[in-house]
Design a binder for this molecule. Structure first.
Ligand SMILES: Nc1ncnc2c1ncn2[C@@H]1O[C@H](COP(=O)(O)OP(=O)(O)O)[C@@H](O)[C@H]1O
Ligand SMILES: Nc1ccn([C@@H]2O[C@H](COP(=O)(O)OP(=O)(O)O)[C@@H](O)[C@H]2O)c(=O)n1
Length: 230
């Protein structure tokens, strides 16, 4: 099969800093597939919550605000479009304020139901798609063609994220590592759709792999899944 003949869904789940976004974009480009960043949707919902002046831990208020927000994301690997009620929030969703609050917002079941519905509609519109998040293989697309769960050692993840954000001082890196630990804990222990590998996911540990090696591995899995099917 040529890479471009892939039809189906590739899911990439895992904690922060394992390489999901960069790998998912590159795999989508290689397969000629659409790309969906579900984390960006939870981050956009968090912008709406913060702008409404609501406490991210107040589940009822969070659900109400998000139900009234229009969250739109693009599905092209090479351009990022994230909007809340028509305002571009693509830069703001990566800021520290949103990162601090996003795990609380995404633990609210009504928020998850709303965004999962939206994610499934976006996926249904694509013939081939790579979707990244925390619960894609377990909840959003349980019948996906290929499921990958990315892991990496916590120190490697913190180093990568620090380099990406241009953080250099030991204090900044320590603070970031603490934030990753806190989010891992929050995302893995929530009652609704906790972060964990699907039973049929292939676990790829990227600690000692370069980004391109991970991309090759995922493309290879997509290629063999289609060959097995045909
Ligand atoms: N295998 C890898 N080795 C080293 N750095 C990587 C690897 N994969 C991704 N990166 C880099 O690590 C940073 C975080 O990756 P990203 O894709 O944003 O992770 P995630 O979406 O899982 O949080 C980025 O700067 C990315 O280029
Ligand atoms: N499918 C998803 C995607 C993200 N999330 C939440 O959204 C947060 C941000 O996701 P992200 O993928 O942008 O995070 P990073 O890995 O980029 O740091 C996560 O910490 C989860 O709390 C989720 O609950 N379910």
């Amino acid at each position: 099969m040529s890479e471009r003949e892939f039809h189906g869904q590739v899911t990439l789940d895992g904690p922060s800093g394992t390489g999901k976004s960069s790998v998912a974009r590159a795999v989508a480009a290689r397969l000629g597939a659409a790309y969906l960043d579900t984390g960006a949707m939870y981050r956009a919902a968090t912008v709406a919550v913060l702008d409404a002046g609501v406490d991210p831990e107040d589940a009822e208020a969070v659900a109400r605000v998000v139900a009234g927000a229009r969250i739109e994301v693009g599905t092209h690997a090479d351009t990022e479009r994230v909007e809340v009620d028509g305002t571009d929030v693509a830069v703001r969703i990566r800021g520290a304020e949103v990162t601090r609050a996003v795990s609380a917002v995404s633990a609210v079941p009504a928020v998850r139901r709303q965004l999962v519905d939206q994610q499934r509609s976006l996926v249904a519109a694509a013939d081939a798609v790579v979707v990244e998040g925390r619960d894609i293989g377990t909840v959003v697309l349980p019948d996906a063609t290929v499921k990958v769960y990315l892991t990496a050692a916590p120190e490697a993840r913190a180093q990568r994220r620090a380099a990406q954000l241009g953080l250099t001082t030991a204090d900044e890196v320590a603070e970031l590592a603490a934030d990753l630990r806190r989010r891992d804990e929050y995302d893995s222990s929530r009652a609704d759709s906790p972060l964990r590998p699907a039973a049929d996911a292939v676990v790829v540990d990227s600690t000692d792999l370069g980004r391109e090696q991970v991309v090759d591995r995922v493309v290879e899995l997509a290629r063999s899944a289609v060959e097995v099917r045909s």
